[in-house]
Design a binder for this molecule. Sequence first.
Ligand code: AKB
Length: 355
Amino acid sequence: MEQSALGERRQPAVFITGAGGEVGHGLISSFSDERRPDIVATDLRELDHKSREKCAATYLADVCDRDALDRILSMYQVKEMFHLAAVLSTRAEFAPEIAHQVNVNGTVNILQIAAEQGRMYGEPVKVVFPSSIAAYGFGSLAQKKEVGSVTEYEHCKPSTMYGCNKLYCEHLGRYYAHSYRQLATDSVQGEDKNRGVVDFRCVRYPGLISAETVPTGGTSDFVPEMIHAAARGEKYKCFVREDTRIPFMTMPEAIDATLQLAAAPREELTQIVYNISSFSPSAGEVAELVKQYFPKANISFEPDERRQAIVDSWPEALDCSVATNDWGFAPKYTLEQAFEEYLIPRITKQYESKA
Ligand code: AKB
């Protein structure tokens, strides 16, 4: 182990940003199920007690605050980074410049730290980055319907700040992995010390549905909101039309896939960015299923024109074949199985225990 600035041994660590969000919550639980002793988690807000207990250390830190990140990371030898901190698509449209700062500048901070640590220890630091279906963008609903399922590199013309940020950060990750400081003196003279110091891997998430948490600030939130509202016995006004269709998957599937990609041998990865998803129901189809399990559910469709336009610009299905071929991605559930085997048992238990 290396000496830290304080003269102490640096602890090997898996570093998570945005750890208090929905994905962070799931990732920390999944890591701790595997009994990982080395999780160092940060967020702007304090993590809940259960998550804190599962981490080696937690810190309040803003990904935009490079000095704060440096202070924390001077104590650790970072092996892997899961960079989850982000301002999601709906929230980002109210404060696009702040979203850009967090989503882009925060990511540059993380990539730069990974490159520095990778150089310092002479081994690549893995950076796992969740991108999103928001990286896509169709010009019209007719085009979306005509195209159907999309591969990673087509129709990437995002219409939201969040989508632009995610797409750009995918490219930044590729840059840090393959071309970082390609003309600098330490690169051109003798051995190239910058090449391969960052091992960047990216999954494009569809909408995610968790039985434990309800998302905020996203535009795919209508599905998880609808399910949780019914479980709580509350009315739900869905902000998109019944025929609106985008891809989704459950949170545990997303976490498993993310960890599967992180664990894949580098030489088997043919791409930087991978699509993943499990099913592509319409909002109306989800509502029908919700009513089967919660017959008193009161769901109405009252589209918000502007949020509808965002969802209409996202694809209705993802081609995930490269993820399947390269690292064995396979969805666990159909929509019906997700309800029967995961969502309903967990949600019902959760709200019963709160009653
Ligand atoms: C959002 O709606 O912003 C996110 C996403 C699709 O990435 N859930």
